[in-house]
Design a protein. Structure first.
Length: 329
């Protein structure tokens, strides 16, 4: 059976330290690209395919934005979000659907409760339950449905790989990464997910995040608009306490988390990293990515230290911190 890189091809990226004792170790792979797109550093195997999961959302959003759908500001940010389901997030999703009178039941993502604790408790307290609009990928799905309406494509089959929208997404991925996917699967929200290497993922994210609004090509103009939206509205991309939101707000990077331990980040100067934690844990991916950017001189180590507490990396014992999750790259 095909799959991602093996344990023997991974390296230690982070440790979990409790009371001065290393309790667990996270292994994986990573790559860092210079602002010019050259490989500055590789850890482990950055050439075998991985499923990027939600780090593909910027590519999917750009596919929508180049299909006749204008998304700017918060609307663009929610289209690339893995949001926590706050009332503000849900309002943005419903606003996208309302543009074309698309009913919420047309969303192809599973139903869910909000990931944000306060929002989830509010829904339950008021007698609400699981709804598709609360699911963290609902913004992406709403944007995809808008692209279908704009092009008279069928709504019912928009998640199938044979659908014109998904073919456009694949084209955008291949054009920006320069790599043809090694495999295609079904993501947790139902959309196709394409396996590409960490190096290709970093290359594609860097092209998106360094695109110029004055480019003669629509693909790059829309990429620039998406990047601006993410940096200006980080709350919409994740939510309170979410690692990508924290990194964007505090350090000015472009950040996007993906399930199963994937993270991509681009520093303001264009230095870009892509990380995959092999065991699928997301708890270490943000700090590893930030340390890699700091080691490359793209952001300040002091700035990374300052956001440590906000990334919820403390290991607790009897209700107090007794250790931490720390990058070892």
């Amino acid at each position: 059976m095909s799959g991602t890189f093996s344990v023997s091809d991974a390296v230690e990226l982070a440790v979990v330290e409790r009371s001065g004792f290393v309790e667990s170790r996270h292994a994986g792979s990573a790559v860092v690209l210079s602002p010019e797109g050259e490989t500055m550093r590789t850890l482990g195997d950055a050439h075998s395919p991985i499923f990027p999961r939600s780090t593909l959302k910027p590519f999917q959003a750009i596919a929508v934005m180049t299909s006749g759908v204008t998304l700017r500001g918060e609307d663009a940010a929610i289209a690339t979000a893995s949001h926590s389901g706050t009332a503000a997030h849900v309002a943005l999703v419903r606003g996208l659907l309302a543009r074309e009178g698309i009913p919420e039941h047309a969303l192809g993502c599973p139903d869910a409760l909000p990931g944000d604790t306060v929002s989830r408790e509010q829904v339950i307290r008021t007698g609400g339950g699981r709804e598709r609009v609360y699911m963290e990928c609902s913004g992406k799905h709403a944007a995809m449905l808008l692209a279908c309406r704009a092009n008279d494509w069928p709504l019912e089959s928009y998640l199938e790989m044979s659908h014109p929208l998904q073919k456009r997404v694949l084209d955008v991925i291949e054009r920006l990464t320069g790599e043809r996917p090694a495999a295609t699967g079904v993501d947790g929200c139902g959309t196709p997910v394409h396996a590409i290497s960490l190096t290709a993922l970093a290359r594609g994210i860097q092209k998106i995040t360094t695109s110029q609004p004055g480019s003669p090509f629509a693909l790059f103009r829309e990429a620039a608009a998406l990047t601006e939206a993410v940096r200006e509205h980080p709350w919409a991309v994740g939510g309170p306490g979410r690692p990508d939101t924290v990194a964007i707000e505090r350090l000015g990077v472009f950040a996007k988390i993906g399930a199963e331990g994937v993270m991509v980040m681009t520093a303001p100067n264009g230095t870009t990293t892509a990380v995959k934690v092999l065991d699928g844990s997301a708890r270490a991916s943000a700090i590893v990515a930030l340390r890699l950017l700091a080691d490359a001189g793209a952001i300040e180590h002091d700035g990374v230290d300052a956001v440590h507490a906000e990334l919820d990396l403390w290991i607790m014992g009897a209700g107090r911190p007794v250790g931490e999750i720390r990058a070892t790259v």
